[in-house]
Ligand binder design. Structure first.
Ligand SMILES: NC(=O)c1ccc[n+]([C@@H]2O[C@H](COP(=O)([O-])OP(=O)(O)OC[C@H]3O[C@@H](n4cnc5c(N)ncnc54)[C@H](O)[C@@H]3O)[C@@H](O)[C@H]2O)c1
Ligand SMILES: O=C(O)[C@H](O)COP(=O)(O)O
Length: 528
């Protein structure tokens, strides 16, 4: 099988080495595609790799009928419609760590250039002037740097600013007093940071909550003569408000690497002498480009090899340690879902998944998604996958609940999956037995011991002599070999079940014939 990869923004050739090395991947590099060209060409591709330039809109995703993975060689995924990708079961991966250092260094370069008016002085010199009066700067030492967003880049910038003997104050919703103390910085609300800072640097993602976070109202709270740096995302600062604040003298300078509309070449802000700017170069170093391209390429290779990706954006990421604990249960979790989906033809209203024993100590959301995927597969086939399983469950008004208890109920680990319909509740439980592999150990209230593999028949019947024999005889007449058989009953002469593993898939007519046998209530064929 060959997977087709489209690289639509320039990526480091050294960085895409993992893709070049992998078997079964065919790479097409086509950068600077127009929107129309991308829409036209995307159809044939299984993977799309981009930086921040290519806009992966819902329209693009809808046109991409084969697309399985989008790789963003960088951090920001605001150019990718994540909801559309999730709905279409397309996994989005990024490279969150590879350009942190470069972006932090660029921010410090911008801060220093801004404080000392280096670009303006250089321009003047290039124009044949020797002007030593117009470019009086300010020192960074003892000034306060306000950092809004203290994630990977914000924290690196804060550490470097301390090296410049600046005081740092930060706001981040995840910043605690203890952490701030450890870092040797101050912390407060956004308002506190805006009020205290001589320089303000922004390092948040662009989200609904951060769009125009720095607006007219925010400028009003700042010190007179404040200077602003934005190496995060355009749109976090309201550019019209910034223009007004500079013209009014409130803001003494701004250093911008990112803009609301990129490319950004013809904007009033660029006419102001107080503004210095670079064309989104924060991550543009040899090292960062190689690093982000390697990370994202490796995830694409992992994905097509069926292995876990390291940096999923539209799936919760799971640490290596947790992954090692839960990965052996992936297949069982999905099979419990498939099993349950065959237990009823009614609309499922609720899914409850209970983790007992050691498993309850881990983040098992990936297993829950697998079970939900198994349940939905009956009606959705390959349209459901890990990425969209929970989204699709929500769309069908199926509530999914996860429960955990560390008491193993006699097993080291036990997963019990349950579906609730308007009339019935069905449940199936499974475990992994040391050295023996997966087992289904309970179906509804009946204890069984069945390998979840191949073709199963689940038969409900009356506990009467002859019932089991009649089933065996009919299957023999149809030339269907029984590999294993388990029986269980609630009370003598009451309801009972048979669980058979058979060598061939049974046809619908054969199920109907079995159902017509005396004392047989219900027959379900389950292919795992
Ligand atoms: N200019 C460039 O070329 C360049 C390069 C790399 C990254 N970036 C951008 O830099 C930004 C930061 O990247 P990162 O890797 O540090 O991301 P990160 O996820 O590590 O950090 C972002 C931080 O912002 C915080 N945050 C979210 N909402 C906030 C709010 N309302 N107020 C304050 N803080 C808030 C988060 O809690 C998080 O700690 C992103 O927008 C990314 O796209 C730009
Ligand atoms: O979010 C990012 O990683 C940066 O903005 C870098 O974007 P780029 O890959 O287009 O340089």
């Amino acid at each position: 099988m060959t997977y087709h990869i489209l690289i639509a923004d320039p990526l480091s050739e050294e960085g895409i080495y993992p893709l070049r090395q992998a078997d079964g991947l065919e790479i097409t590099i086509a950068t600077d595609l127009s929107k129309e060209d991308l829409l036209e060409r995307i159809k044939g591709f299984d993977a799309l790799l981009v930086r921040s330039q290519t806009q992966v809109t819902r329209e693009v995703i809808e046109a991409a009928s084969n697309l399985k993975i989008i790789g963003r060689a960088g951090v920001g995924v605001d150019n990718i419609d994540l909801d559309a990708a999730t709905e279409h079961g397309i996994i989005v991966v990024n490279a969150p760590d590879g350009n942190t250092n470069s972006a932090a260094e660029h921010t410090i370069a911008m801060l220093t250039a801004l404080a000392r008016k280096i670009p303006q002085a250089f321009n003047s010199l290039k124009n044949g002037e020797w002007d030593r009066k117009s470019f009086i700067g300010v020192e960074l030492k003892n000034k306060t740097l306000g950092v809004i967003g203290l994630g990977r880049i914000g924290a690196e910038v804060a550490a470097r600013a301390k090296g410049q003997r600046m005081n740092v104050i930060a706001y981040d919703p995840f910043l605690t007093e203890e952490k701030a103390q450890k870092m040797g910085i101050g912390f407060g609300t956004v308002g506190d940071v805006l009020k205290a800072a001589d320089f303000i640097t922004i390092h948040t993602p662009l989200l609904k909550e951060t769009r125009h976070l720095i607006n007219e109202e925010a400028f009003a709270k700042m010190k007179d003569g404040v200077q602003i740096i934005n190496c995060a995302r355009g749109g976090i600062i309201d550019e019209d408000a910034l223009y007004g604040a500079i013209v009014s003298g409130k803001v003494a300078g701004a250093a911008l690497d990112v803009f609301e509309m990129e490319p950004f070449v013809d904007h009033p802000l660029l006419t102001l002498p107080e503004v210095i700017a670079t064309p989104h170069l924060g991550a543009s170093t040899v090292e960062a480009q190689e690093s982000v391209a390697v990370d994202v390429s490796q995830d694409v290779v992992n994905f097509f090899k069926g292995e876990a990706v390291r940096n999923p954006v539209n799936l919760p990421s799971v640490s290596k340690e947790v992954m090692a604990k839960i990965a052996p249960f992936f297949d069982l979790a999905e099979k419990l879902g498939i099993f349950l989906s065959r237990m009823t033809d009614e609309a499922i209203e609720e899914v409850n998944i209970k983790y007992a024993g050691e498993l309850a100590n881990y983040d098992v959301r990936a297993l829950t998604r697998n079970t939900v995927k198994g349940i939905l597969k009956r009606n959705l086939g390959n349209h459901v996958n890990d990425v969209n399983a929970k989204f699709l469950a929500e769309r069908f008004d199926i509530k999914v609940n996860e429960h955990k208890t560390t008491t193993g109920k006699g097993f080291l680990h036990l997963i019990t999956a349950e579906i609730v319909t308007a009339k019935f509740t069905h449940r199936v439980a499974g475990t992994l037995l040391n050295g023996l592999g997966a087992r289904i150990v309970k179906v509804d209230d009946y204890v069984v011991d069945v390998v979840p593999e191949g073709h199963l028949l689940f038969i409900k019947h009356k506990d009467q002599p002859g019932a089991i024999g009649r089933v065996g005889t009919l299957l023999a007449q149809k030339d269907i070999n029984i590999a294993t058989m388990q029986v269980g009953r609630s009370t003598v002469g009451g309801d009972a079940i048979m669980m058979l593993t058979i060598d061939n898939r049974v046809e619908q007519t054969e199920i109907e014939d079995l159902t017509e046998l005396e004392d047989i209530y219900e027959v379900k064929a389950i292919d795992l």
